[in-house]
Ligand binder design. Structure first.
Ligand SMILES: Nc1ncnc2c1ncn2[C@@H]1O[C@H](COP(=O)(O)OP(=O)(O)O)[C@@H](O)[C@H]1O
Ligand SMILES: O=P(O)(O)OC[C@H](O)CO
Length: 497
């Protein structure tokens, strides 16, 4: 059997399909962006049909790019933007509403009500999550309550819910398979991570009928086969994980204490805590790193909603940079005595603040402030937020004290940002040679399951370092800058936080 593996990485702004060879090298790739639907302030939707079209198109193009056919592919792994919620008709496969995206805040008031009702401890105990509109549960209930007749049809078993992995699997298998994996289930606020099962009490609390839900598998499992009509032959689907979990795998963070941080549109830092289900005292998420061979590996996660999106805002909103990559050079030119802070709370603040009503602000402007300062403030904001997460992780789990951070995602191309990250964290930052770690992680799940790629140890040995960034900032400067950031964040928090 050939060792080629296909990965679908369905992200928030684009879909990528990547073919890897038996040496984990990328031999075919295709990417397609799709539309962001913004019906009102704080709402974000995707058209599931458009997502599906980008998946079909990118898989076909990636296979063509690699000069391969479906018969050459030993296995397919799916990884996806998490939490984004789709409900469709079991009969026709047609979605009954646009996908409600993870960033969407329309259920913030419902979540506040759940907190007022005293549900926080139950949700935290079972799911490891804080109650927030970020997660799928309240988004499902919103669709059922706002689409005519949906709740009744859901209770009759006529509708299906899925995060994007499940929806794609349904479509890829010609409507034959309704499954998810444990990492995606763990982002719904309906899943007990210790019992590894949907939880009836949570379903009642959030008002979601069990008839909607997919069955749950480990991340590497038999998920079915693609409909032969789609790609000119059936492809075995045997890997599935939410994108941040796939990045943990792709970065070979297999040992407790290892941590990865992905810098794309948002930033997600995940620390492997092994078999320990650490309960956060600092409003981090206690979640799954991954689940393999019937064994859950747990993690602490910090989610930052805006990372590279702040750079996009400089480019597309303010139009003060032409390319994202201009920001590094601009940041380099700024005098370190200038202290401009951008708090990019465009859609509220995530961990450890969880303030859906906070909004962005910029502080420290003088007559000398110009575009370079804005660029630097945007890049630094990502570093400060990572520092907030790392400090919270260390308070929650002291074993994280000498962590080396492995990074990936579009923003890590910026040397300036990676050096500043090491400086502000006062910890080394390792950048791998393969930056497509999310897709690589999904491919590893599939490759391992179908027996053509190595197990954990073999894969970890072949993880390659591109560059280590060592901290070199003076302690007094670091302290001053971190204190300035903390002050800026305090000023944007809403009364409700
Ligand atoms: N050289 C760079 N410097 C700073 N930011 C960058 C650079 N290159 C890309 N980015 C940012 O990285 C993000 C894209 O990363 P990517 O991992 O593709 O995101 P996603 O998977 O969330 O769509 C964009 O927000 C872009 O602004
Ligand atoms: O699509 P990304 O890479 O921005 O990741 C989105 C996250 O999974 C949301 O939790």
């Amino acid at each position: 059997m050939s060792g080629y593996i296909l990965a679908i990485d369905q992200g928030t702004t684009s879909t990528r399909a990547i073919v890897f060879d038996a040496s984990f090298r990328v031999v075919g790739v295709a990417q397609e962006e799709f539309g962001q639907i913004l019906p009102q302030s704080g709402w974000v939707e995707h058209d599931p049909e458009e997502i599906w079209r980008t998946v079909l198109a990118t898989v076909k193009r990636a296979l063509a790019d690699a000069s391969l056919s479906a018969a050459d592919i030993a296995g397919l792994g799916i990884t996806n933007q998490r939490e984004t919620t789709i409900i469709w008709e079991r009969g026709t496969g047609r979605p009954i509403h646009n996908a409600i995206v993870w960033q969407d805040r329309r259920t913030a008031e419902r979540c506040r009500q759940l907190v007022r009702d005293g549900a926080e401890a139950t949700v935290m105990d079972k799911t490891g999550l804080v109650i927030d509109s970020y997660f799928s549960g309240t988004k499902i209930a919103w669709i059922l309550d706002n689409v005519d007749g949906a709740r009744a049809r859901a209770e009759e078993g006529k509708l299906a819910f899925g995060t994007v992995d499940t929806f794609l699997l349904w479509r890829l298998t010609g409507g034959r398979t309704h499954l998810t994996d444990a990492t995606n289930a763990a982002r719904t606020m309906l899943f007990d991570t210790a019992a590894n099962a949907w939880d009836e009490e949570l379903l009642r609390l959030v008002d979601v009928p069990a008839a909607l839900l997919p069955d749950i598998r480990d991340c590497a499992a038999d998920f079915g086969e693609t409909d032969p009509a789609l790609f000119g032959g059936a492809i075995r689907i045997c890997g599935m994980a939410g994108d941040q979990h796939a990045a943990v795998l792709g970065n070979a963070c297999f040992r407790p204490g290892m941590m990865k941080s992905t810098y794309g549109t948002g930033c997600f830092a995940v620390l492997n805590t092994g078999t320990e289900r650490v309960r956060s005292g600092n409003r981090l998420l206690s979640t799954l790193a991954y689940r393999l061979d019937g064994q859950s590996t747990y993690a602490l996660e910090g989610s930052i909603f805006i990372a590279g999106a702040a750079v996009q805002w400089l480019r597309d909103g303010l139009k003060i940079v032409q390319r994202a990559s201009d920001t590094g050079l601009m940041a380099e030119r700024v005098d370190d005595r200038q202290d401009v802070y951008l708090v990019p709370a465009f859609t509220g603040l995530g961990a450890p603040w969880w303030d859906a009503d906070a909004r962005g602000a910029i502080f420290g402007l003088t007559r000398d402030t110009g575009p370079d300062d804005f660029a630097r403030a945007a890049l630094e904001a990502v570093c400060y937020q990572t520092a907030d997460l790392l400090h919270a992780m260390r308070r929650d789990w002291p074993a994280a004290s000498d962590t080396v951070l492995r990074v990936d995602g579009g923003m890590v191309a910026s040397d300036w940002t990676m050096q500043r990250l090491a400086d502000l964290l006062d910890a080394p930052v390792d950048r791998p040679t393969v930056l497509e770690t999310t897709a690589l992680g999904a491919a590893w799940l599939a490759g391992r399951h179908c027996g053509v790629w190595p197990d954990m140890d073999g894969f970890a040995e072949r993880w390659n370092l591109d560059r280590r960034f060592e901290p070199s900032m003076r302690q007094d400067l670091r302290n001053r800058k971190l204190a300035g950031w903390e002050d800026a964040v305090r000023r944007v928090l809403s009364d409700r936080s």
